[in-house]
Ligand binder design. Structure first.
Ligand code: RB5
Length: 144
């Protein structure tokens, strides 16, 4: 199960990615927003990240116009490693090296096909552990 949320800058991309995941038989919980009315992306980031922290979801997807604001907000939350993704290579590394538990993308930056490919690249990769786990531990030590 995956949790997803977007602000008004990316609710259309959210629908595209939900459909993409549904076609693979993957369940998605949607934290909104559902139309173009203005909302504040930190509120969406908080909702999705709290769900990720609950441990009930494999990972979270956050979307805003650029992906920047919502990823910055997500990375303020303890325990969250949010990767802002614009290409498949970074998506693969975000799982292999950073074991990101949230990914962010920009609805005004990426076309639907590229966004789907990025999501697939992230989901098809595996965390490599080892020295990367040590670095992740150091990231979370910075939260203290
Ligand atoms: C909203 O207009 C826009 O600022 C937001 O979607 C995002 O791009 C912020 O980083």
């Amino acid at each position: 199960m995956i949790v997803i949320g977007s602000d008004h800058g990316a609710f259309e991309l959210k629908a595209v990615l939900k459909e993409h995941l549904a076609a693979k038989g993957i369940e998605v919980e949607d934290c909104g927003t559902f139309d173009g009315s203005s909302v504040d992306y930190p509120d969406i980031a908080e909702k999705v990240c709290e769900k990720v922290k609950s441990g009930q979801f494999e990972f979270g997807i956050l979307l805003c116009g650029t992906g920047i604001g919502i990823s910055i907000a997500a990375n303020k939350i303890d325990g969250i490693r949010c990767a802002l993704l614009n290409n498949e290579y970074s998506a693969e590394k975000a799982k292999q090296h950073n074991n990101a538990n949230v990914i962010a993308m920009g609805g005004r930056v990426l076309g639907p096909d590229l966004a789907k490919n990025i999501l697939d690249a992230f989901m098809n990769a595996s965390f490599e552990g080892g020295r990367h786990q040590n670095r992740i531990d150091k990231i979370h030590a910075l939260e203290k």
